[in-house]
Design a protein around this ligand. Structure first.
Ligand code: ATP
Length: 751
């Protein structure tokens, strides 16, 4: 009996271990499961061994015991051995089922791996599809941009061969698409094969489970029957058997419960597996759907791109043709343009020649006209400038009220109230006190520029001391007079005429004091200079040792004036007094050469600030003052005589009578032009000197008028006033000028 119970126990253990195997299989991974299985197999072997030894000991016990139910025992033993054989069969069957289960689980594992592979491939294809889509959309954008750019850009820009690139990339996209489609098809096929395989495996698993369940049910029913048989056989008195049977029943109950749990777990696992497969399937389907949609989108895009591609190809071909033709067209256009340019150049050149010819003709004509005009007008004009009353004079003198007034309608008339009488003076131009340096220069600048054309010009400032001669000629530093303005104007004029004309402007500064000539730009201004006949036989005069500065920039002009002033100041003790008693001459020589025509010109501009013209001699001056007065008188008288002789076309012109006229001989002769600027003080105290200066100017004009009114210009004798066309002009008490000039009344250009 004990052996039977042991057998039962061992069977139970075996069953438990089988269940444990099942449970572990489901719970653990493949490797762990295998290990556990191995351990269980070893344990199983051990138990079998134990069973075997029990049986042998049982047999031994049977042979020596004297059991009263030996027949029953025998039959039971047989029954046990039958059950044992059945148990062994079931064990074998169980082992087979385990093997099958193992195979199925490995099959399921490989299917899972395949599913993972398929999922990975799907991911990969999705990624590649995304890339292809991105690329395609990029290309589409480029195509659109290119279309827009080509539509907007000018024809020349369209020569870029972009459409070829578009075509190549579209083929790539199509190829990628085809590959994707093929891959998708392959994946779908694989998926369906896997599904089929899974279904088959599931069927097999179900069948195995069903068989297993049947076997277990059968085992249980056999056991039940065995138990009832045992209880009937042994009887109620055998409590040990009952206990063991009840234990067997408990075990069986536990086995059933474990079996139920196993089934539930298997069911759960099955459901989980189905759910995972379903999810993977749904995911794969949705991805497939997305891939299909993308494919459809790509196809649509391709379809919409095709017309654009066709247009681009057409454009490209036409542009290609244009590009091919372009070099020929360009060559042709260049040749035509060259011919046109040559034609235009030759036209311009001939026009230039014609213009140059006309210009020369006009220049000659202009010079002729100018000479004629000068001949008609006379080449001396008389201007008058009234200086303003200074603030000091206004403050100090009670009778600072001016006695001079002007005609608002006629700028050549000056009125002077003297001793209750109103005197009227008519000149070429009268500058009121408010006239600016610029306005004065405006009136004389045509005379200044005529020396560029080769004329000799003399501008004299005449008047009593303090009447404004130096102000008009030199000016003040911030408001320069005629000297500086003339030099700057000449400089800018000759600069404008370059490069046709090459001009040289040279400057000398001279002072004549007591009939002595001083070189104001020389190193030693106190040295006396002499005037000599040029030894070259030209009959021209020259001053040996006279310094000539060539001015090349406005800065040079400033330097020249600074040096002249400095030398004049160092040569005397009182500059103001000295300047009143001496004549200051600025001699500007302008020499020009035209390289195109070969013409040469030379003109001289003499700007003279004369010594004061007041009647000092009458007041009985002595010594050096008397000599100064005599010298001034002599030179001013000589100037008047020379002008008179020149206007009267006298055979003899007394240039040598003074250093001033001798020095200016070249510039007073021939076609030269002269302007006498008579300076007048407005103060009542200077009125008698002002009257003298104005009478001088007036009479000069009267003499001119009477000369020009006669139909023929007569040669006049400068030494007598008996002729009605002669006017003996008493300028000062000392100075007697006999002058005959042609009347000029013009505010405009002397030319
Ligand atoms: N148009 C004018 N506007 C303003 N100030 C003037 C003008 N004319 C002369 N003056 C001023 O009057 C004063 C005398 O002028 P300036 O020295 O030029 O006379 P001048 O005739 O040259 O005398 P001198 O014979 O002694 O050289 C100077 O202070 C000068 O600045």
């Amino acid at each position: 009996m004990l052996s039977c119970l042991q057998v039962e126990e061992l069977e139970e253990k075996l069953l438990d271990q089988s269940q444990e195997v099942e449970r572990l299989r489901s719970e653990l991974g493949a490797t762990d499961l295998e290990k556990q299985l191995e351990l269980l197999v070893v344990e199983n072997q051990r138990l079998k061994q134990e069973l075997k030894s029990c049986r042998s000991s049982d047999a031994a016990a049977d042979s020596c015991s004297r059991c009263p139910h030996s027949q029953d025992a025998e039959s039971l033993r047989r029954e046990v051995s039958r059950w044992e054989s059945q148990a062994r069969q079931r064990e074998r069957r169980l082992a087979e089922l385990e093997r099958e289960l193992l195979e199925k689980s490995s099959r399921a594992e490989s299917l899972r791996r395949q599913l993972d592979d398929a999922t990975r491939q799907l991911e990969e294809s999705r990624r590649r599809h995304g890339e292809a889509e991105q690329k395609l959309s990029l290309r589409l954008q480029q195509c659109e941009d290119e279309l827009a750019r080509q539509a907007a850009a000018p024809a020349r820009v369209k020569y870029v061969s972009q459409p070829v690139e578009v075509e190549v990339e579209s083929a790539d996209s199509q190829r990628a698409l085809a590959e994707l489609q093929a891959k998708n098809g392959g994946l779908q096929e694989q998926l369906s094969v896997q599904r089929q395989l899974l279904r088959e495996l599931e069927t097999q698993l179900h069948e195995s489970q069903r068989t297993c369940a049947q076997l277990r049910t059968q085992l249980l029913s056999d056991r039940g029957r065995l138990c009832s048989l045992l209880s009937n056989t042994v009887g109620k008195g055998n409590s040990e058997v009952v206990r063991r049977l009840s234990k067997i029943l408990v075990y069986e109950g536990e086995m059933e419960r474990a079996q139920g749990q196993l089934e539930v777990e298997m069911q759960n696992l099955e459901e989980e597996k189905n759910r995972v497969i379903e999810e993977a399937f749904i995911r794969a389907e949705s991805e497939m759907k997305a891939v299909h949609e993308n494919l459809a989108g790509v196809r649509m895009n391709l379809l919409s791109l095709q017309p654009a591609l066709r247009t681009l190809t057409c454009d490209y071909n036409s542009l290609k043709r244009q590009v091919q033709d372009f070099p020929f067209m360009l060559d042709k256009a260049i040749t035509e343009a060259k011919q046109e340019i040559c034609q235009v150049i030759s036209d311009v050149s001939s026009t230039n020649q014609e213009l140059l010819r006309k210009y020369k003709r006009e220049m000659n004509l202009r010079k002729k006209c100018h000479n004629e005009l000068v001949r008609l007008k006379g080449n001396i004009r008389v201007f008058c400038r009234v200086r303003p009353v200074s603030q000091e004079e206004q403050d100090s003198a009670a009778d600072a009220k001016t006695m001079l007034s002007f005609d608002s309608d006629d700028d050549a008339i000056l009125y002077l109230a003297n001793k209750g009488k109103m005197m009227t003076f008519e000149l070429d131009k009268v500058f009121p006190p408010q006239a600016t340096q610029q306005e004065v220069f405006q009136e004389v600048q045509s005379l200044v520029t005529s020396c560029i054309d080769g004329f000799n010009v003399c501008i004299f400032a005449y008047g009593q001391t303090g009447s404004g001669k130096t102000y008009t000629m030199e000016g003040v530093p911030d408001n320069p007079g005629i000297n500086q303005r003339a030099l700057r104007l000449l400089f800018s004029e000759v600069t404008e005429k370059a490069p046709d004309w090459d001009y040289k402007i040279s400057v000398s500064m001279v002072e004549i004091y007591n009939e002595t000539l001083r070189n104001l730009l020389g190193e030693n201004p106190s040295d006396k200079l002499d005037i000599k006949m040029n030894p070259d036989g030209s009959g021209q005069l020259y001053v040996p040792g006279l310094t000539e500065f060539t001015v090349q920039s406005p800065e040079d002009i400033n330097r020249v004036f600074e040096l002249g002033h400095m030398n004049r100041a160092t040569a005397c003790t009182n500059l103001n007094e000295h300047s009143s008693r001496s004549h200051a001459l600025l001699i500007i020589t302008v020499s020009g050469f035209n390289s195109a025509t070969g013409n040469r010109t030379q003109g001289k501009l003499n700007l003279v600030d004369l010594a004061g013209s007041e009647r000092i001699g009458k007041s009985g001056a002595e010594g050096s003052r008397l000599r100064e007065a005599q010298c001034i008188n002599k030179s001013l008288s000589a100037l008047g005589d020379v002008i008179n002789a020149l206007r009267g076309k006298h055979s003899h012109v007394p240039f040598r009578n003074s250093r001033l006229t001798y020095l200016l001989q070249d510039s007073l002769n021939g076609d030269s032009k002269t302007l006498m600027m008579v300076q007048v003080s407005p103060l009542p105290g200077n009125m008698s000197e002002s009257v003298c200066s104005l009478k001088f100017a007036q009479r000069v004009r009267s003499v001119e008028l009477s000369a020009s009114s006669s139909s023929s210009r007569r040669q006049e004798n400068s030494s007598t006033s008996s002729s009605p066309t002669h006017d003996s002009v008493e300028v000062t008490g000392i100075l007697q000028i006999n002058i005959h000039i042609i009347n000029t009344r013009s505010n405009g250009d002397a030319k």
